[in-house]
Ligand binder design. Structure first.
Ligand SMILES: Cc1ncc(COP(=O)(O)O)c(C=O)c1O
Length: 410
């Protein structure tokens, strides 16, 4: 009979755009005893988690809670609840995750209109606002931080245009929440989805979402009733009911309300992780956390430049928490990644679609975003590149990063 060894994953330095290393305090929280989901001790934790999520999303919204599942579950819950079949949906696309929003909108039965931007760039706000004015969508769905291309899309003007045109704005802030400012209320974002496994440094498995009363009004019009289920339309209006039970935000908010209407069995251990991860974010302070991500970005990019490695994409739209590096001609990118992992215990990411084999993606996110990780990666990358026959000015990458730390603080 086959014998299975004790589980013993290696300690890694994870410098990808997610999942990243998890703060040991979050891991510890996951090992605490499980509570029943209606135990008042547990429901108090749920309420505290909602309070902390409101701060994280910079919102006064009543609704801010996690959907159980990976980030995609939060995106799908928001889209399936807020997009009714036949709705007009505008999806501006500037990378792989924009295509995901497009696909989900199609599956919702929407009439989808897309506008696309060359990968490596983002939209000028007026390109989106003009499309909003001409297409007159019911919903606009857009990515804030594109991990596939390492770009960040400014959202304030798009938010204002959506409000003027009475369109709901859904935002994928999976990669940015906790690392880069996300101003839900100030930018007039109607529904925002965050990710746990990136800048929050919590394992994958929950997707924090928030939405305002405009979004809630729409999903309440689609709320499930006995009659609605049979006729296909909700009781409150002719809008069709939400065609998902698990992802019905109307049902989920009832579960997160003081009424605690039973829905699914809560992932108690994941909720401990989320609560602890949020506590750590707020303890650090959002502004300080954003500044920390910018500092390590500067140190990393100084080190990469010292090795004559070029960054991919337009400089002005670079996402602070992801550096996309052009693989030098003649270098086997996968061989470099493999050597980094197997000899140095460091993981960096490859890329998708048209960028496959052309760039490496290096993340500086959450708990992984620290000086010793950045220095370790730069030193190891230099050694591996030399091993691959690429000429690098010896030792300068680490020195350039150390200069940043010395002049700008740690
Ligand atoms: C911008 C963005 N959106 C959505 C997702 C999907 O998240 P998940 O894989 O957790 O479902 C990712 C994952 O990498 C992402 O980077």
């Amino acid at each position: 009979m086959k014998r299975y060894g004790e589980l013993s994953p290696s300690l890694r330095c994870i410098m990808t755009p997610g999942p990243v290393e998890v703060d040991p305090r979050v891991l510890r929280a996951m090992s605490y005893p499980v509570l029943g989901q209606f135990d008042p001790e547990f429901t108090d934790m749920m309420n505290e988690t909602m309070e902390m999520l409101r701060q994280l999303f910079a919102t006064g919204n009543q609704w801010a809670y996690p959907v159980d599942g990976t980030s995609r579950s939060g995106i799908e819950a928001v889209m399936v609840s807020l997009i009714a079949p036949g709705d007009r949906v505008l999806v501006p696309i500037f990378g792989r995750f924009g295509h995901l929003l497009h696909e989900i909108a199609e599956r919702c039965g929407a009439e989808v209109h897309t506008i696309e931007k060359r990968w490596g760039s983002v939209f000028a706000p007026e390109e989106v606002t003009e499309a909003i004015r001409s297409f007159k969508p019911d919903v606009v769905a857009i990515v804030h931080g594109e991990t596939s291309t390492g770009r960040v899309q400014p959202l304030a003007e798009i938010g204002r245009a959506c409000r003027e045109q009475d369109a709901l704005l859904i935002v994928d802030a999976v990669a940015t929440i906790g690392g880069v400012p996300v101003e839900t209320d100030a930018w007039m974002l109607d529904a925002v989805v965050g990710g746990t496994q990136k800048c929050l440094s919590i394992p994958s498995g929950m997707a924090p979402v928030t939405y305002n009363s405009r979004a809630e009004a729409k999903l309440l019009k689609r709320k499930q009733t006995e009659r609605g289920l049979r006729s296909g339309a909700s009781a409150a209006s002719e809008l069709p009911v939400i065609r998902s039970n698990y992802f019905d935000l109307g049902m989920l908010q009832d579960y997160w309300s003081p009424g605690r209407l039973n829905h699914h069995t809560e992932m108690t251990s994941m909720l401990y992780a989320l609560r602890e991860g949020l506590r750590l974010v707020l303890e650090e302070g959002l502004e300080a956390r954003h500044a920390r991500h910018r500092l390590h970005e500067r140190a990393l990019t100084a080190g990469l430049a010292a090795m004559d490695l070029e960054l991919y994409g337009d400089a002005e739209s670079k996402l602070a928490v992801v550096a996309c590096v052009l693989i030098p001609p003649g270098i086997d990118g996968e061989s470099v990644r493999s050597m980094l992992l197997h000899h140095f215990g460091i993981e960096i990411a490859s890329s998708f679609g048209p960028l496959q084999g052309r760039i490496w993606r290096i993340g500086t996110m959450g708990f992984s975003c620290r000086e010793n990780n950045v220095l370790r990666l730069l030193g190891a990358l230099e050694a591996v590149l030399v091993r691959h026959g690429y000429t690098v000015p010896a030792g300068e990458a680490v020195q350039a990063a150390l200069d940043v730390y010395e002049t700008e603080g740690r």
